[in-house]
Design a protein around this ligand. Structure first.
Ligand SMILES: [Cu+2]
Length: 288
């Protein structure tokens, strides 16, 4: 019995030690891992805060759980029919009732303050260095860089048969979004058809892209992720191919980003003319 208890305790301690942000993928790429138990590795200031807050909340929750369970155990033991032949007739205790009403209020307000703080931090950045506009389509993403002459391209999933060695299934796309490290990036979301959702767990971003309106948030990817890919996926049921809208961000250094922009402006020039063409057609139909 003693040994069993020891093994159980060791297992619990072991699990607590190994519970740390998981980082999967062969090249240190950031994506979900089979049987992952904890949140993905945080790659932005917002994600740092959310992951830390999650751990703090767990401590509070554990304390409440231990307290309530302990109390119930004590009641079951102390006031069992055997130990307590003549039951007490007490039904009210004003002092106790005030305490168990006020105490939870204090706990909830204590959680509300940091919670709102993080929410406002994640909302938007006052000093954006660049903007990325994300447009959801059934069923692919379109990315536009308004600061770079409206550079735009589509990002479609790569089918299972076309995957190269090491590329993750259902997450690989033909054109990754390229984003520089240590840059305040304003993110704008919209959609051309139905509601989609651009969700990147390691950046703590999960925002709807809604037709006819713009949602805004921001991110700043930590320097150590240069050269790595961060994966996510559409997280709003958007139709039959909802499961085939992966998001892949290729994180690069600022210099590499500048080089890529020049190359991409030539590579995706035809995409831009197509986009402008679509806008002209839409305008013409609207003015008719
Ligand atoms: Cu979608």
């Amino acid at each position: 019995m003693q040994n069993k208890l020891k093994i159980l305790l060791l297992a619990i301690v072991g699990a607590m030690i190994t519970i740390e942000p998981a980082n999967a993928g062969p090249n240190g790429d950031v994506r979900a891992e089979p049987w992952q138990m904890w949140l993905q590795e945080p790659a932005s200031p917002t994600a740092d805060r959310i992951v830390a807050f999650n751990a703090q909340l767990l401590v509070v929750e554990a304390l409440i759980l231990i307290f309530v369970l302990g109390l119930m155990g004590y009641i079951a033991f102390r006031f069992s029919a055997k130990r307590n032949r003549i039951p007490s007739k007490t039904t009210h205790h004003v002092g106790l009732e005030v305490v168990w009403t006020i105490l939870p209020i204090f706990i909830l307000v204590g959680l509300l303050v940091p919670s709102l703080n993080h929410l406002y931090f994640a909302d938007r950045t006052p000093d954006a260095e660049m903007t990325l506009k994300v447009t959801g389509n059934q069923w692919y993403w379109n990315y536009t860089y308004p600061d770079y002459d409206d550079l735009t391209f589509d990002s479609l999933p790569v089918s299972e048969d076309d995957l190269k060695f090491g590329e993750p299934r259902m997450l690989t796309v033909d054109n990754k979004v390229i984003l520089p490290v240590e840059t305040n990036i304003r993110l704008l979301f919209t959609s051309t058809d139905v509601i989609h959702n651009w969700a990147l767990p390691s950046l703590s971003i999960k925002l709807d892209s809604v037709p006819g309106r713009i949602n805004e948030t921001w991110t700043r990817i930590h320097g150590k992720y240069a050269g790595k890919t961060i994966y996510g996926m559409c997280s709003e049921l958007c139709g039959v191919n909802h499961g085939f809208m992966p998001i892949a961000i290729q994180v690069v250094s600022k210099d590499d980003f500048a080089t890529w922009v020049k190359k991409a402006q030539i590579e995706f020039a035809s995409d831009k003319s197509r986009l402008i063409g679509e806008i002209r057609i839409a305008d013409a139909m609207h003015n008719r």
